[in-house]
Write a protein that binds this ligand. Structure first.
Ligand SMILES: Cc1cc2nc3c(=O)[nH]c(=O)nc-3n(C[C@H](O)[C@H](O)[C@H](O)COP(=O)(O)OP(=O)(O)OC[C@H]3O[C@@H](n4cnc5c(N)ncnc54)[C@H](O)[C@@H]3O)c2cc1C
Length: 205
């Protein structure tokens, strides 16, 4: 039986925003009750044990398979959230449910979610900020970096396979006009990039 705290959501948009990132926009009446500051928090995408989003076959008391994803953007007026999902290519059929769903989801598809959950807030009074992330943490980093004060100073180090994947990263408030990209090739020969704006830099390794 479906648990009462699961919310049915509908895919209203899906875009490949960079070569390795798929952006899903989900809509649900349940988002009306999400707190205004839920960006950077997370939801759980729910599957059955073979990776289907149809939970009607779950036995009484059986927990669905859960995968955690960040609320990158919250649009309360439209009751929508944006979720950036890494386009992992996973061959095994007994795992990779979420990545496979992200690659194949179509507008009007539905999926149950649980949440939202919260992560620790950033100390806004810090003199300097240092953030580190891989691709899967880029949505959380982007949501949090957006909340930094105008005069924030610091660095974010993001591990990427290719520099284009950095383009989903947000800047702190008021820094949008100053961004400059400086492509840079790392010692491993992979494409890497140093992305700077004003007093905050994102280094992509
Ligand atoms: C708080 C939180 C927020 C998150 N937010 C996001 C988000 O916004 N976007 C996003 O894309 N991911 C996010 N993740 C990571 C995501 O939950 C995992 O990558 C998840 O395991 C993917 O589920 P899956 O069903 O596709 O793969 P799984 O069935 O869990 O794993 C399949 C295979 O892929 C491998 N694998 C899974 N994740 C990774 C990884 N990160 N690196 C290398 N190999 C991996 C596994 O070892 C396994 O071999 C978040 C995780 C947490 C804890």
């Amino acid at each position: 039986m479906k648990q009462p705290n699961y919310h049915l959501t509908r895919v209203i948009d899906t875009q490949t925003v960079t070569p390795n990132m798929q952006r899903l926009t989900l809509q649900s009446d349940a988002f009306a009750d999400f707190p205004a500051e839920c960006e950077g928090g997370y939801i759980k995408l729910l599957f059955d044990k073979v990776g289907s989003t149809d939970l009607s076959g779950l036995a009484e008391g059986e927990r669905p398979v859960m995968r955690t994803y960040t609320i990158r953007r919250f649009m309360p007026d439209q009751q929508q959230i944006e979720v950036d999902m890494v386009r992992h290519q996973i061959e095994q059929t007994n795992c990779g449910f979420a990545a496979r769903w992200a690659l194949n989801a179509q507008v009007v598809d539905t999926i149950n979610i649980a949440g939202p959950g919260t992560i620790a807030p950033i100390n806004q009074d810090a003199d300097w900020f240092f953030m580190a992330a891989d691709m899967t943490a880029l949505p959380a980093l982007s949501a949090k970096i957006k909340t930094l004060p105008r005069d924030a100073k610091g660095y974010a180090v993001v591990q990427l396979d290719i520099a284009e994947d950095a383009s989903t990263t947000r800047r702190p408030r008021g820094h949008g006009d100053y961004m400059a990209d400086h492509p840079y090739v790392g010692r491993d020969g992979k494409g890497t990039a140093l992305v700077c704006w004003a007093s905050v830099c994102v280094v992509c390794l």
